[in-house]
Ligand binder design. Structure first.
Ligand SMILES: NC(=O)c1ccc[n+]([C@@H]2O[C@H](COP(=O)([O-])OP(=O)(O)OC[C@H]3O[C@@H](n4cnc5c(N)ncnc54)[C@H](OP(=O)(O)O)[C@@H]3O)[C@@H](O)[C@H]2O)c1
Length: 293
């Protein structure tokens, strides 16, 4: 039995399709099973929440492998980013050790460190440390920006492209190596199938192009068949504006400062696509996935 958290997310939904198709017995830890769509009748469901450790213990019964994708880049009413991305992973891996799980696969982020400017990256670094220190076999993925047609970021950009110019937080010069969610899911399958020579493996996942956020946004807007100039909004203005919006709209805010800040964070692997290729995957360029418009 494999326990999958985050099965309703960008990577989780692509991965779940593959696992179900190859006959793997999957249990999904979810907040709302309806969000699994048609897959909910093909998997076992464990109702749970990252802020509710007892729900992990129930979900882990009889599980040999955990794939822990669930995470949040914004504070939630029941938990902060630090609780959801850091402490919850630490608790999950402890519960997995106690339950006799053999392998724990965790998604961190490229360049996560305890002194990173972004809260999510600091929380991921602490979580990664907890996973690496655990007594069970672990696999850590550290991806660059993950995207797929119709995902949240691309949907927001599609809406912004209705304007005469697309607003960008900051200067948009930070570089990333965008990787398609389907390629990421293939890498996970590759890692789960690979023999396990080392107790703690780590893979950096990057697409074949190194693009600044400005360049990535241009590719996305072009794929919509449009040409739009980018307007750079000074960081302090974005920060103040989005914090005020979150204070007024709460969890329903269309964007938060923590999310916008991620567009100013470099996410580049010196290894490029080498780790993905080692797992049998050749990541696609963005234009091949989105089309040229
Ligand atoms: N996307 C990127 O660019 C990127 C970059 C670097 C690293 N990563 C990491 O890669 C992994 C997969 O990313 P993704 O883009 O697929 O994530 P995603 O689309 O944002 O999905 C997040 C998942 O976590 C679940 N979740 C959120 N809060 C939860 C809670 N309190 N309790 C239980 N489940 C909760 C969501 O479930 P609901 O359906 O209930 O909301 C959803 O299934 C994550 O660990 C992420 O941090 C992503």
């Amino acid at each position: 039995m494999l326990l999958l958290t985050g099965a309703t997310g960008l990577v989780g939904s692509s991965l779940l399709r593959r696992l179900v198709a190859d006959g793997t017995q999957v249990r999904c830890l979810v907040r709302d099973p309806r969000r699994l769509g048609a897959q909910r009748v093909r998997v076992q469901i464990a109702l749970g929440d990252l802020t509710d450790p007892p729900s992990f213990r129930n979900a882990l019964r009889g599980v040999r492998t955990v794939v822990h994708l669930a995470s949040s880049i914004r504070d939630q009413p029941r938990g902060s980013i630090e609780e959801l991305d850091g402490i919850a992973t630490w608790r999950m891996v402890e519960a997995a050790e106690r339950a006799g799980v053999e392998c724990f696969l965790f998604f961190s982020a490229l360049d996560a460190s305890t002194h990173h400017r972004a809260r999510v990256f600091r929380a991921k670094a602490l979580a990664e440390h907890a996973v690496r220190e655990a007594s069970l076999r672990s696999i850590v993925f550290a991806p660059s920006l993950i995207y797929a047609p119709g995902d949240r970021l691309l949907t927001i950009l599609e809406r912004l492209a209705l304007l005469p110019a697309v607003p960008v937080p900051g200067r948009g010069r930070a570089a990333c190596q965008p990787i398609w969610a389907e390629d990421v899911a293939d890498c996970v399958i590759g890692a789960l199938r690979a023999p396990a020579p080392e107790p703690h493996a780590r893979y950096e996942l990057a697409g074949p192009q190194t693009l600044t956020h400005n360049e990535f946004l241009h590719v996305v807007v072009r794929s919509l068949g449009k040409h739009r100039p980018l307007v750079h909004v000074p960081t302090p203005l974005v920060s103040r504006g989005l914090r005020a919006l979150e204070a007024v709209s709460g969890p329903r805010a269309f964007a938060t400062w923590e999310e916008a800040e991620l567009m100013q964070v470099p996410m580049v692997s010196a290894r490029g696509t080498a780790d993905a290729e080692q797992l049998g995957v050749n990541p696609q360029p963005v234009e091949a996935v989105l089309g040229r418009g």
